[in-house]
Design a protein around this ligand. Structure first.
Ligand SMILES: C[S@@+](CC[C@H](N)C(=O)[O-])C[C@H]1O[C@@H](n2cnc3c(N)ncnc32)[C@H](O)[C@@H]1O
Length: 338
C-alpha cells in the first residue's frame, strides 16, 4: 500500500482512497456489503446500447443485469435514500418495473438535453427515419416507506391515520395538538392525494398529544417497536432529503462533456459515457448534506465520486474495467485541476 500524506491518498491494487472518497476495482456486487449505507445512489450503469465493453447490445437484457444490483440497493438503503437512475429512455422503461417491485418509488424523470451541437453534422435522418436523439434520462426514486400495524403493511399516510385512530381522539384534535387551525387534519391526516408529510416539529406535537390525552391502553403511539414513540429526528429520517434551487426544472440543458473536463488519450475520448460534473453535482446537492454517503456502483471515470468529493460528501465507487479504474483513481487524486 502506498500513502501520500499530503493528499491523504491510500492505494492498493484494487482500492484507492482520497480522504472519504473510495474507488474499488471489480464488480460492485462484491462491494455493496462493505460500504456504509447510502444517502444517495447514483446509477449510471449498463444502457443496453453496446457502448462500452460489457454493455449488453439491447435493453432487453437490462432487467437481468440490474436485478442483483437493485436487490442489493434495496437491502442496504435507508428509508431516506434517493436513487438517481441514469439511462436511455428505453433502458429506463425496461428497468422501471424491477425498481418498483423492489420498493423504489418513482419521483421524477429528468431529461438531459445535450443540445443540437451534440449531433451537429452527424446525422442522416433519411436513413435514421427518426428525429436525432440528444437526450438521456436521470430518474429520481425514493424508498417506498411502509409500516406494519395490526398485521397490515400501511403507507406512511395510512399509518398516521391508523395511529391517531387508536388514541380514540377525534381527528379535529390534531389541529389543537399542533396549534394549526384546521390545517393538520387537512394536510397531514387526510386520506386523499393532497396529503403532506408532517414536518418533524408537527410530528412531535402529535406524538406528545397522543401519548398525553389518548387512550392510556394504546400507548405508546406512533411507535415502530411498540416500546418507544418515534422521535422528531427519527421521523425526519423516514423520507429522502430534497433541496431545490429556484429555477431548476426537470429539463437539464447541458452540453455533453467537453473541454478540459473531457478525459482524452491521443485526442480520443477515454470513456464514451463520461457524465458532466455539473449534473452529478446537481443530483448530489439536491438529495444530501455534507458528510452524507454517495454510492457510485458503475464508476467509469467516477464522475459522481469527483462531484461528491467536491461537495464534501463521502463516496464509494466501483469500476470493473482496470483501465477505467486506473484513470478514475488518477482523476480523483488530481481532481482540483477542474
Ligand atoms: C455508463 S458507464 C459510467 C460512466 C461514468 N458515469 C462517468 O462519468 O465516467 C458504466 C461503467 O460501469 C462499469 N460497470 C458495468 N458493470 C459493472 C459492475 N457490475 N461493477 C462495476 N462496474 C461496472 C462499466 O465498465 C462502465 O465503465
Amino acid at each position: 500500500m502506498k500513502q501520500n500524506a499530503c493528499l491523504e491518498i491510500f492505494l492498493k491494487d484494487s482500492e484507492f482512497a482520497r480522504g472519504n472518497s473510495k474507488i474499488y476495482l471489480g464488480d460492485a456486487l462484491d462491494y455493496y456489503h462493505k460500504w456504509d449505507s447510502p444517502t444517495v445512489i447514483i446509477s449510471d450503469g449498463p444502457y443496453g446500447l453496446g457502448s462500452y465493453p460489457g454493455d449488453p447490445e439491447t435493453p432487453t437484457e437490462l432487467p437481468t443485469v440490474y436485478r442483483p444490483h437493485v436487490e442489493a440497493w434495496s437491502k442496504y438503503a435507508m428509508p431516506s435514500t434517493t436513487l438517481w437512475f441514469w439511462n436511455s429512455e428505453l433502458g429506463w422503461a425496461t428497468v422501471h418495473p424491477l425498481l418498483s417491485e423492489n420498493g423504489w418509488e418513482f419521483r421524477n424523470c429528468h431529461i438531459w438535453d445535450k443540445g443540437i451541437s451534440h449531433i451537429a453534422g452527424n446525422t442522416n435522418t433519411k436513413t435514421l427515419r427518426k428525429f436525432p436523439v440528444v437526450s438521456e434520462v436521470c430518474v429520481q426514486y425514493v424508498r417506498k416507506v411502509t409500516f406494519m400495524a395490526g398485521g397490515q403493511k400501511l403507507s406512511m399516510r395510512d399509518w398516521l391515520r391508523h395511529e391517531w385512530s387508536r388514541t380514540g381522539l377525534p381527528f379535529s384534535k390534531t389541529n389543537e395538538a399542533s396549534g394549526m387551525k384546521n390545517a393538520a387534519t387537512r394536510k397531514y391526516f387526510t386520506k386523499c392525494h393532497l396529503w403532506y408529510f408532517p414536518p418533524p416539529e408537527a410530528f412531535q406535537a402529535f406524538v406528545d398529544y397522543a401519548n398525553k390525552f389518548g387512550d392510556p391502553n394504546g400507548r405508546p403511539y406512533f411507535s415502530i417497536d411498540g416500546k418507544e414513540s418515534l422521535t422528531a429526528t427519527e421521523w425526519e429520517k423516514m423520507r429522502a432529503k430534497f433541496y431545490c434551487h429556484n429555477g431548476t426544472t426537470n429539463v437539464w440543458r447541458e452540453n455533453a462533456v467537453r473541454g478540459i473536463e473531457r478525459l482524452k488519450e491521443q485526442h480520443k475520448c477515454i470513456h464514451m459515457n463520461q457524465k458532466p460534473l455539473k449534473l452529478l453535482g446537481l443530483c448530489i446537492e439536491a438529495s444530501s448534506d455534507k458528510d452524507d454517503v454517495i454510492w457510485e456502483p458503475f464508476g467509469g471515470l467516477c464522475s459522481a465520486s469527483i462531484a461528491a468529493h467536491k461537495f464534501k460528501r463521502h463516496s464509494f465507487a466501483s469500476e470493473i474495467i482496470p483501465e477505467f479504474f486506473d484513470i478514475a483513481c488518477q482523476r480523483l487524486g488530481n481532481y482540483d485541476v477542474f
